[in-house]
Design a binder for this molecule. Structure first.
Ligand code: AMP
Length: 324
């Protein structure tokens, strides 16, 4: 997760929930992607506080440093070395075709830097440095993971080895999730405007206001009609936090044209608050424990480096870098 803001509901359901599930019976590595965040040139003093914030939010959501290795990307220089090796076999054409790159170029035409172009090779390095086989991500990361497989297979082919596994995306529910935004857009995201995302730290009044302002339509015009994307989004959010019988009731009201969107939003806001409140409280408590955070970061870094150093040593040998 990049430390460029607070965690939102999309991060939680798309990625974190799967992490928490996996850590119970797998050897898991989770990290804060602060190298990645440099593509947007953060202010040095903000960078550290953002990393601390995301670490607190990871822990408050249930990542357990006794079960999993939790570390900060920039404390693993081996990742940067593997990124460089992978870049040697990554081609301009394939990098330019990546959807997220094309989106960023459209959004920020004055900041099309090499880090942005090679974002998928850095992501591949993050995954391959631990020879990961499963990666818990949301639907938006499917293409990046496909590229990781391409880079892994290409390395194996070039060096006539089966060293790197070809990792697959993992979702606990079986399908990759895309949590929609509140503004009628397809995806909840931290850079999609302030009324798009529900953050885990949103105070009750902020959360309620955002949901009450969510985009809707004129209402169903005839019985059993299909829902517009805006209304589909609200129902999708409800599916994450509301009881099935509540959703069924609103579905029925939609189908017979008696639905009142104000009631739907009020219910969603209530259920969302019930879901977010305990996370918000835990975040506040973890955030204030500086000694605990620094212990977690230090132990995580030591464990992650053990694994990364082994990979880099083996990769160097495969490539042909031998000591004299
Ligand atoms: P990002 O916030 O873009 O750094 O993404 C961090 C993780 O959260 C990635 O695994 C994404 O796939 C996941 N994620 C971000 N936004 C969403 C969303 N709206 N729905 C599902 N997963 C998401």
């Amino acid at each position: 997760m990049r430390p460029t803001g607070n965690l939102h509901l999309g991060n939680y359901f798309g990625a974190l929930r799967n992490f928490i599930e996996l850590q119970n019976n797998h050897n898991c590595f989770f990290f804060i992607a602060d190298y990645h965040s440099l593509t947007t040139h953060p202010n040095p003093s903000d960078l550290h506080s953002s990393v601390k914030k995301i670490l607190s939010q990871y822990l408050a959501c249930g990542l357990d440093p006794d079960k999993a290795t939790i570390y900060i990307q920039s404390q693993l220089p081996e990742t940067a070395e593997l990124y460089m090796f992978l870049n040697m076999n990554a081609y301009l054409g394939e990098l330019e075709r990546v959807t997220s790159f094309k989106d960023k170029v459209r959004q920020n035409p004055n900041n099309v830097n090499a880090g942005l172009l090679t974002y998928p090779t850095l992501m591949a390095a993050d995954i391959l440095i631990h020879k990961a086989t499963h990666v818990p991500v949301g639907k938006d990361q499917e293409q990046h993971l496909e590229m990781t497989r391409t880079f892994a297979a290409r390395f194996n082919r070039i060096y006539d080895t089966s060293y790197f596994p070809e990792p697959v995306a993992y979702s606990f529910s079986g399908e990759l999730l895309k949590v929609p935004g509140l503004d009628g857009n397809g995806k909840m995201g931290k850079s999609e405007g302030e009324n798009n995302a529900i953050f885990l730290v949103d105070e009750p009044n902020v959360l309620k206001k955002k949901i009450m302002r969510a985009k809707t339509d004129m209402g169903p015009q005839e019985k059993n009609s299909a829902k517009s994307p805006e209304i589909e989004n609200l129902f999708s959010l409800m599916k994450l936090v509301s009881k099935p019988e509540i959703i069924e009731e609103f579905d029925r009201q939609y189908a017979d044209c008696t639905i009142r969107y104000g009631d739907l939003k009020k219910q969603l806001a209530e259920d969302m608050e019930t879901f977010v409140a305990p996370l918000r409280e835990r975040i506040k408590s973890v955030e204030s424990d500086a000694a605990y955070l620094s212990k977690v970061a230090k132990t995580g870094c030591e464990k992650a480096r053990e694994s990364a150093k082994k990979t880099i040593k083996e990769v160097r040998e495969i490539i042909g870098f031998k000591t004299f």
